[in-house]
Design a protein around this ligand. Sequence first.
Ligand code: HEM
Length: 441
Amino acid sequence: MATAGETIDDSVAPREIAHAVIDPKSYAAWDPLLDKFDWLREHMPVARIVSDQPEGSPLWHEPFWLVTRYDDVMRISKDNATFLNNPRPVVFTTKMGEDFARAITGGSHNLVESLVVFDAPIHMNYRKLTQEWFMPKSLKRIEAQIRELANETVDRLVAAGPEADFVKLVSAPYPLHVVMQILGVPEEDEPRMLMLTQQMFGGQDEDLNQSGMKDLPPEAITQLVAGAVADFEAYFSRLTSERRAHPTEDVASIIANAIVDGEHVNDRHLAGYYIILAAAGHDTTSASTAGAMMALARDPEQFARVKADRSLLPGIVEEAIRWTSPVQNFMRTAATDTEVGGQAIAKDDWLMINYVAANHDPAQFPDPRRFDAARSPNRHLAFGAGAHQCLGLHLARLEMRILFEALLDRLESVELAGEPKRANSTFVGGLKTLPLRFTTA
Ligand code: HEM
């Protein structure tokens, strides 16, 4: 472990840590990264991350502040006037990635213009279009449909037993089905949606980016992600035309026919809306679902307890979301000179609020690396907080609870049948394989 003594300035993170924080592979390795966050929280809770690459190299990035304490991440998330989402990229990117986005969008640093890149007042104008749809009351209408999908998914797992990859058969396809049905994407197009999402979020991982190539250079990864976005846009542009001509009850119809400030939403914003729902709506839930299953497979006693007492299920779901924190971070830009945790921050400085680090802060979560279904309170930050707090949080909780009800009904015992593997990704991350061996009830 590097020490603060290796740094030139006491707010600049040691080189080894600065490198790990932006290296997709360290998110796959996980525990060594959590060790680094522990060190930062204690010694440098607001740390300057400076690239160890020469300026001009494809991996070079602008310096930013990494925020690792729970209280600081919470404060930044809730203060949407001081910490903005739009002036600089809200998803961490290298300078090359940012330049590439500008080149292909004609000047925007955002490859996708979605809810998360908007600030007030435009953000709320867009958010309220679909907000109601994702509230618990509205979700009640589709609960039976979700249960049916959960049962079908568990049927497929059981049929494939006694050994199977849980990610491939359950945690990846199930949330995808749910969100695609909500959106109104026909089932035959789901494999394409899965591929595009994996390329967009998993571009840094050779097993997920579908390129069939190992160690893709950063330029090729950026192109791949841009290609996925373009394909998404073309697909949703056709869907918009269809839903304008023949509106239905689905969310695509709401988006396609939305009027904001007296006008139809422009094509780029429309595409951004679909993309964030299509993409954010399943890879995240998939990662938390697989994480929960891995924790239960490793702990037969906890599995037996929750199988016998379903009132523990909401706790399992919440703990899984904290413990996995699939959205690993987001970026913010300071609107004015300010301070965070005693560290002066200048106007226009770029900050990374790290949900993984915040959700493993021992000041808030005793023994944070332990998966504890009975953890209480569990006010984690995996869904963020403030104006941008996850729009799909009720849906994520609901679909996970329903799936685990079905799994616990059908499975008698479950254990690992091999070593689970995490994806290489600095942004949305989690398990990409979870080999299980199980018996059925
Ligand atoms: C935003 C996490 C599931 C749709 C976010 C944010 C996080 C997050 C951290 C940003 C919050 C902030 O900036 O304060 C998660 C996790 C999920 C999940 C951990 C599952 C376990 C979903 C689902 C949907 C969804 C199922 C879909 C339908 C969105 C949207 C936003 C968002 C649309 C942008 C909201 C805005 O900017 O106003 N999510 N999410 N998410 N999420 Fe989720």
